[in-house]
Design a protein. Structure first.
Length: 109
């Protein structure tokens, strides 16, 4: 599933497809954008997928229990890259440093 296909969906359709509200999806993107910027500052190749597609792929994995190979085939990347992408996403807290949240209350995706 491509982000271009679902970005114009209504709020209800977007929630049914992704499993999260559009506002939550946008907030996740903001957090991941800063984390991705930190990761890319170390150098390396530019990712083939956009940040939105990376997040959608991770949501598909968590929501639909699809295998890495099936999701990777949908997005046109190798299975090992999908594994690394989802592992990167799983290690990111869903809060930022400027939010006052107790350390034991931080929820990981």
């Amino acid at each position: 599933m491509k982000y271009e296909n679902i970005r114009n969906y209504s709020e209800d359709q977007f929630r049914r497809v992704t499993g999260v509200k559009r506002s939550t999806f946008e907030r996740m993107l903001e957090i991941l954008a800063s984390k991705r910027k930190e990761k890319l500052s170390q150098g390396g190749r530019k990712p083939k997928l956009s940040l939105e597609e990376m997040l959608l792929a991770a949501l598909e994995y968590w929501r639909e229990y699809r295998t890495y190979i099936h999701i990777a085939a949908s997005y046109g990347i190798h299975e090992s890259n999908m594994y690394r992408l989802i592992n990167f996403m799983q290690g990111q807290p869903c809060t930022t440093k400027n939010e006052n949240v107790e350390p034991e209350r931080v929820i990981f995706w």
